[in-house]
Unconditional design. Structure first.
Length: 96
């Protein structure tokens, strides 16, 4: 039996848990900004190997969150463009 989706379960494209990370939902901008900080920290150096690995892993998680948001946005755009093209074709057939 399928679980009914709630607003908390869906993100920009309707994909469940698109931006879940450590139990908290991150928006695209939040994930991107944190990812920028992670990269800056890694580039600056001065961290232990363990700290660097933890930063790298966090960066990978954040990159996945961003990718899901971007993929969701692309899917919505593609769907909207396909719907628009279908409406134009239907309109041309009726007029012609």
């Amino acid at each position: 039996m399928a679980k009914a989706k709630t607003d908390d379960d869906t993100m920009a494209d309707g994909t469940a848990d698109a931006a879940q990370s450590d139990g908290s939902t991150l928006g695209y901008e939040q994930a991107r900004d944190e990812l920028i900080e992670v990269v800056r920290s890694l580039e600056a150096g001065g961290t232990t190997l363990e700290e660097s690995l933890a930063l790298w892993e966090r960066g990978e998680e954040l990159a996945k969150v961003c990718r899901r948001w971007l993929d969701g946005a692309r899917a919505r755009l593609d769907a909207a463009l396909a719907e628009e093209a279908e409406e134009e074709e239907t309109g041309e057939d009726a007029a012609g």
